[in-house]
Write a protein that binds this ligand. Sequence first.
Ligand SMILES: *Cc1c(COP(=O)(O)O)cnc(C)c1O
Length: 381
Amino acid sequence: MKIPFNKPFLTGKEITNITDLFNSGKICGNGKYTKLCQEFFKTKVGFPHVLLTTSCTDALEMSAILTSIQPGDEVIIPSYTFVSTANAFALRGARILFADSHADQPNIDETKIEGLITAKTKAIVPVHYAGAACRMDRIREIAKRNNLLVVEDSAQGISSYFIEEDGTQKPLGSLGDFAAFSFHETKNIVSGEGGMLVVNNPDHIMRSEIIWEKGTNRSAFFRGETDKYGWVDIGSSFLPSEIIAAFLYAQLENMEMIQERRIAISRLYRQQLTPLEQKGCLKLQKTPAYATDNAHMFYVLCNSLKEGNGLIDHLKKQDIFAVYHYPSLHRSKYYLDKHDGRELPNSDRYADTLVRLPLYYELTDEQVGFICEEVNKFYGD
Ligand SMILES: *Cc1c(COP(=O)(O)O)cnc(C)c1O
């Protein structure tokens, strides 16, 4: 039987919510279900201000507008990330300075950040790859010292935490001035396309609502804070329709159940592949001591591109679909001639050797067993 890389999970409640919505007669944005989703994150996670968006890309674009980046300003971003992390800032004319990943895990190496800061730097954009926290205490410290904003690309970071030195756990998305989440069908919690902006910095809350509402003060008007509404700033159509929010709310109501199963699958992979790691055949996904694992993905690190290709081909012959992830952005067609020429060897290594195995709610224990057996066979065990 074919084992796809990803299969979006439906809880069954999505259609009930959407039917309820149609009966209410209002399907445009910022209605009952949008508010329910936003409240969920405020009360259950403790985010101070939440705006649903049509994608994480949109939430990142909103962040770039909020940072008031001007053409020629600079932002520091890991090279090993999705194109939207950088594109959101490139759209505003920013120059992107790409930082390398850690040697032992793909997140931005925070020790490489300070050397890239100039008088033009405006923001640092850490990406919590695989839902594992970046070293946020250090990153915030660097940002504070240099008067920079921090935008968390938390697209994969739902239900995951950064562990402070004193042991307190802080949810990803609560640590930057802004944070962007994704509900794309490949993430843990989905609405097809969808996303969310978290605004932690109180100075930017009012403006975030204006940007969200096409540059108008419509939200303040509906709260009765102003007697008419009009064009007060730049903005765009960033808010999703209620149909998406109704779908998303069904997923959020079942988040614990979804997370429990994903974490169980991820543990099974680890158990069954640890012997191969101990023999030195490959390396397993590493979660730093200051991070939690939300089972967004399970990846292995092969020893070379050739070995990775071999593993992916071997699995494909068994109808198992494993995939690489990002090519380094500093080597991309669009950015190659804009990059300052620094080598970023760790990013390149993850581009060539990080292979993600199937991970989705409906993947059975038996299927995980079969996939691990085939990985073992590939390594001659
Ligand atoms: C998925 C993802 C995005 C983009 O999310 P969309 O909701 O598809 O726009 C951005 N950054 C990272 C790290 C992602 O994994």
